[in-house]
Design a protein around this ligand. Structure first.
Ligand code: HEM
Length: 447
């Protein structure tokens, strides 16, 4: 077709709504990642250890020597763009201190970040208020109270039978489908177990678990800092899609409530706004599987590499509980978190100014020689393995810790009891994330 002068010329103009949305996404990216990327690049050139930790690709694969260097420099290392600690004592004290919070009070922020943080159409992810992980008391206390009853150690102990049964079913299926060939332990087992269990607890359809896993793994880098704009957009889109699906699901539950946790939350709606409901549900779902998959994958790999310790577990199945604690300590699925000093304070004798962001290197604290003898050694018999901070400490202590422990124990014990000759059958591939540490692929021969 040729254009004549009286035909309208169609220009590829973006609809104003879309343009606005893109500008907002770009603004959120600059505030959270763009500025940090520039600062980190500059700081890394000057030898700043924190910047190296959060941006060097080689360190992502093995951050432990750098944690040791940071610890050697003192209890709190003040870098050019943030402070960090790899000391167990300081990490624990910071996480438990009410002088620190997870987020700044919006009223104390300059206009632009305040607006980005509070505008009604912002993307509500796990590290954005009102996610439980991103609010300070008293809001935090209110949200946590609504859900904590469901996750008590006692309530979770009642789930152990179901977790074990599911582990066996998944292994049956993996074996049938493998036909003697190597299988990817992560996609066939480690990821499916926790996503199915949390879906059952929350009351979201288990048939959607592949979609939840896809959203979860695309969104997982949200916990890291310094994402590229492209990565950030991908993450943002996945979180928005999950949130939209959640809203539709709440509407269904309002019409036909069940006995599950989300139906209960929908019922107490007068206590929660739709945004709060979305934030709680999204966090519970994602935290419920994006973390435990790493515990199972890391644990399987460590035990395949340490046959003598596996033999001890075979001889005494009572050792599994402590083995899971040591896996959590040695290869912590969540390697770091951060806290903000809400006012001038002191931690381990080091003065910390109000507004300082302190990166709490959980993976480093868990290898602190002040607490753990020979910390670089994996040892399932370590008597104080449980002193790790893998589930954090203080008011944000992991809500799902009891569930994760049961899932880790059942998944690993049943796997190795059934396949005593389980062996790595290809190159394990680590996740591309820094905060979450685990495998995306772990090819094994079931034996
Ligand atoms: C091995 C598995 C897991 C690990 C290593 C882990 C680790 C953590 C850590 C480190 C935090 C606190 C972060 C901070 O202090 O800033 C946390 C919080 C949380 N975790 Fe887990 N988690 C695991 C499994 C689970 C499971 C299965 C659930 C399911 C319910 C869950 C739900 C949560 C929730 C809701 C929070 C926020 C608690 C709050 O802010 O009060 N986690 N987790």
């Amino acid at each position: 077709m040729t254009l004549t002068s009286n035909q309208p010329v169609v220009r590829a103009v973006r609809p104003p709504g879309r343009l606005r949305a893109e500008l907002l996404t770009a603004g959120s990216w600059s505030a959270r990642h763009g500025v940090a990327r520039v600062a980190m690049k500059r700081a890394r050139k000057q030898g700043d250890l924190q910047a190296t930790l959060f941006s060097d690709p080689a360190v992502r694969a093995n951050p432990f020597p750098l944690y040791a260097q940071i610890r050697e420099r003192g209890p709190v290392l003040k870098g050019s763009f943030l402070a960090a600690t790899a000391s167990h004592a300081v990490a624990g004290a910071t996480l438990r201190s009410d002088a620190f919070g997870v987020v700044a009070d919006p009223s104390t922020l300059p206009a632009l970040p305040r607006w980005l943080m509070t505008r009604p159409d912002r993307t509500i992810g796990p590290v954005t208020p009102p996610s439980m992980l991103a609010v300070n008391p008293p809001d935090h206390t209110r949200y946590r109270r609504l859900v904590s009853k469901v996750f008590t150690p006692r309530a979770m102990a009642a789930m152990r039978g179901r977790v074990g049964e599911l582990a066996d079913d998944l292994l049956d299926r993996a074996e049938r489908e493998s036909r003697g060939e190597p299988v990817d332990l992560v996609s066939r087992y480690a990821s499916l177990l926790p996503v199915t269990i949390i879906a059952e607890i929350l009351g979201v359809p288990t048939e959607m678990r592949s979609q939840f896993i896809a959203w979860g793994s695309t969104a997982a880098p949200v916990l890291d800092i310094g994402l590229t704009y492209r990565e950030f957009r991908r993450v943002d889109r996945a979180i928005r899609e999950l949130n939209e699906w959640m809203s539709g699901h709440f509407a269904r539950l309002r019409r036909e409530p069940g006995d599950d946790l989300l139906s209960q939350l929908v019922r107490v709606e007068n206590e929660l706004t739709e945004t709060e409901l979305q934030a709680i549900a999204g966090l519970l779902l994602a935290a419920g599987f994006e973390t435990t998959v790493n515990l199972i994958g890391n644990g399987a790999e460590l035990l395949m590499q340490n046959e003598d310790q596996l033999a001890d577990l075979r001889a005494d199945a009572n050792g599994w509980g402590n083995a899971v604690e040591e896996i959590l300590r040695y290869e912590s699925p969540v390697q770091n978190t951060a806290r903000l000093a809400l006012h001038d304070t002191e931690v381990a004798g080091v003065p910390v100014r109000a507004g300082t962001f302190l990166s709490v290197l959980i993976g480093g604290a868990n290898r602190d020689p002040e607490v753990f003898d020979d910390p670089e050694r994996f040892d399932i018999h370590r008597t104080n393995a449980r002193e790790h901070l893998a589930f954090s400490s203080g008011v944000h202590y992991c809500l799902g810790a009891a569930l994760a422990r049961i899932e880790g124990e059942e998944a690993l014990r049943r796997l190795f009891e059934r396949y005593p000759n389980l062996a790595v059958a290809g190159r394990p591939l680590r996740r591309p994330t820094r905060t979450l540490r685990g495998y995306v692929e772990l090819p094994v021969r079931l034996g």
